[in-house]
Design a protein around this ligand. Structure first.
Ligand SMILES: *Cc1c(COP(=O)(O)O)cnc(C)c1O
Length: 380
């Protein structure tokens, strides 16, 4: 048997919507499907304003521009995707890497100890659709007058208490990359929550520094160059693909959660006999089944399990190399020690999870992990 790590979901309406766009001739951005997809996100998740972008990376860059990050420090976890740090560096700022907590999210004690007079913003990354204690983060940010950017790339449809992730910070970003829960191949969005006056600025930056968005709405009779900007608006063809997926986000999430919960139950039992842990969803979160990970006792055992599964046709993966220990990160964060990150990252292994992962395939994964544990009983 062969079990893929991830397989993109198909809602069934993608081709129909894409065909509508192409036959309308209105394939550039900010047309019917861009507006529909943005409106759906705004109403469903209580986001104040949503602007689709070509990726979450672009949305992070846009957020940093709107936050007016220049020569400031921005604190973020080291355990994240490079885009989080790139967005700050591209704007002339300096990423400051903080440690993680037991759920691979930003450690708020370490964050607090790293705030200086140069700190302007915090980028919090909601790993695996879980979060840190957002009430405490909001309090800390208010106390030190810091901007919060939520990197919710993995966290669509996930919650902190009764709020959707991405709706809490000043800005939020989502990713619609092929590997994420909702996808249009490549895509993302910026969420502007607190300051509506930023919407106009964001539209201008996203449209090559022009006020074309106002022109399309009919507010002005022609458009021209009004500020520095770039090209960050996705084609309506991508928005059509996205809308077909977004309309089924609850179904997609529930299918993923079914797989998630099956793993959860099976590993809860197995953990009675073997020394390992697995993803824990904090009480205050409702997760979206984006990732299911195991935490093995050591990197050696993690790698052995990964290879054992690979030899049996099952794809499993570790995750980010912490940024502070990557070649680029070492240049900017010399001699940085992040104890929990260094200890925990090497023990993480992500198992296959996607909406259409069959019960038989999942049984096979569980069976093979259990056999590995039994064979390696003395080490685990
Ligand atoms: C996937 C991901 C990104 C990048 O998303 P793109 O849409 O591919 O740019 C950024 N941050 C995190 C935490 C991610 O998981």
């Amino acid at each position: 048997m062969k079990v893929d790590f991830n397989r993109q979901y198909v809602s069934g309406n993608e081709i129909k919507y894409i065909e509508e766009v192409i036959s309308s001739g209105l394939t550039s951005g900010d047309n019917i499907f861009t507006r529909k997809a943005s409106a759906l996100l705004e109403s469903k998740y209580d986001f104040n304003k949503v602007l689709l972008t070509t990726s979450a990376s672009t949305a992070l860059e846009l957020a940093c521009m709107l936050a007016k990050i220049t020569d400031h420090e921005v604190i973020m976890p080291s355990f994240t995707f490079p885009s989080t740090a790139n967005a700050v560096l591209l704007n002339g700022g300096m990423p400051v890497f903080a440690d993680i907590d037991e759920n691979y999210n930003l450690c708020l004690d370490d964050l607090e100890s790293k705030i200086t007079s140069k700190t302007k913003a915090i980028i919090v990354v909601h790993y695996a659709g879980t979060s840190c204690d957002m009430d405490r983060l909001v309090e800390l940010a208010a106390k030190h007058k810091l901007i919060i950017i939520e990197d919710a790339a993995q966290a669509i449809n996930a919650k902190y208490k009764d709020k959707y992730l991405g709706s809490i910070g000043d800005f939020g970003i989502l990713s619609f990359h092929q590997t994420k829960n909702i996808s249009c191949g490549e895509g993302g969005c910026l969420i502007i929550n607190s300051d509506s006056s930023k919407v106009n600025d964001a539209e201008i930056i996203r449209e090559k520094g022009t006020n074309r968005a106002s022109f399309i709405r009919g507010d002005i009779s022609f458009y021209n160059w009004v500020n520095v900007g770039s090209s960050m608006l996705p084609s309506d063809i991508l928005a059509a693909h996205l809308l077909a997926q977004l309309e089924q986000v609850d179904l997609i999430t529930s299918k993923r959660m079914k797989v998630f919960n099956r793993y959860y139950e099976a590993f809860s039992e197995l953990a009675i006999n073997f020394n390992f842990r697995f993803i824990r969803v904090p009480e205050y979160n409702t997760t979206n089944g984006h990732i299911f990970y195991l935490i093995l006792p050591s990197q050696l055992i993690r790698n052995r399990l990964m290879n054992y599964l690979k030899d049996r046709g099952i794809s499993s993966y570790f995750h980010y190399i912490p940024l502070h220990s990557s070649p680029k990160g070492r240049e900017i964060a010399k001699d940085l020690n992040l104890e929990v990150t260094e200890e925990k990252v090497d023990c993480l292994l992500r198992l296959p999870i996607y909406p259409d992962l069959g019960e038989k395939e999942q049984e096979y994964v569980l069976e093979q992990v259990e056999i590995f544990f039994k064979l390696n009983r003395d080490n685990i």
